[in-house]
Design a binder for this molecule. Sequence first.
Ligand code: 5GP
Length: 129
Amino acid sequence: MSIFTKIITGEIPSYKVAENDDFIAFLDINPNAKGHTLVVPKKEENKIFEMSREEYSNLMDFSYTVAKALEKAVPCNRIGMSVIGLEVPHVHVHLIPINKMADIQYIQKVKLSNDEFVALAKSIADKIE
Ligand code: 5GP
């Protein structure tokens, strides 16, 4: 069982931003930039291009909804998106508010307090349409 499945089942906590029957979005615990969010299918699959086209399209559609809210909640130049999965082999889309290339390169990290994570997750969740 992946660490993200444990988050989905509530076994371990997360700063949740959005959820529906098939997907969940929560803040990355070690963010590149403030607002770095992960969008995760509840069905545990390893690689994004092992998903069916329909699951992939639905993941992108849910990511669009989350990115729109993120862009409203966190001042930034734009929302960057990447899919890696080398650390956690459970499909996830990284949505990252970026101002410069380093913000999406996984070379710098931002430290946030618990209170800051809670407030940030709520500010994004409040903007979900
Ligand atoms: P990747 O698998 O795409 O290389 O990276 C996995 C991402 O998941 C990393 O950005 C890492 O900070 C994040 N991550 C790993 N474990 C946890 C966790 O327990 N909770 C949360 N919210 N994020 C995690």
